[in-house]
Write a protein that binds this ligand. Structure first.
Ligand SMILES: [Zn+2]
Length: 149
């Protein structure tokens, strides 16, 4: 399937899911249940199981968060940015988009972000900034001394 067609299909799925989520947040779970019959095993499924026919606050939170992600994805589709990595600008592989329709980074950029996020980024960055800063200071002090003499 061409990427364009795959993205078109993805858009249809997202719109359907957005409508289902909107209805569910308004108290009507029928569309969501219909979708649930077609797809299997995601967060909303689990939330639905635990909520039984009532919308728990947890479910509502999951739904509104996913709704925001869908709106964001649809907005990106409208302006032609969907499927492009926010980090490097390259196309995100269709396989990744199928697994993670709301992904805004390619796997490489995502790993990079997670590596920095998990490993105490602040410490590493400040260490580097501090080192280069003190080197610069040494150089400029030497320059000044040379100018004076
Ligand atoms: Zn990237």
């Amino acid at each position: 399937m061409a990427r364009k067609d795959a993205l078109y299909n993805m858009r249809q799925i997202l719109i359907k899911r957005r409508d289902a989520l909107r209805n569910a947040l308004a108290g009507d779970l029928s569309l969501l249940k219909e979708l649930r019959a077609q797809t299997a095993g995601d967060v909303v499924d689990a939330a639905l199981d635990s909520a039984q026919d009532e919308i728990s606050s947890q479910l509502a939170e999951v739904e509104s968060r996913e709704l925001a992600s869908i709106e964001n994805a649809l907005e990106r589709m409208r302006n032609g940015q969907y499927g492009l990595c926010e980090g490097c600008g390259h196309k995100i592989p269709m396989a990744r988009l199928n697994a993670l329709p709301y992904a805004t980074n390619c796997i490489e950029c995502q790993r990079e972000a997670e590596r920095y996020g998990a490993a105490g980024r602040a410490d590493a960055d400040w260490g580097r900034v501090f080192d280069s800063g003190s080197n610069d200071a040494d150089v400029s002090i030497n320059d000044i001394e040379m100018d004076v003499s």
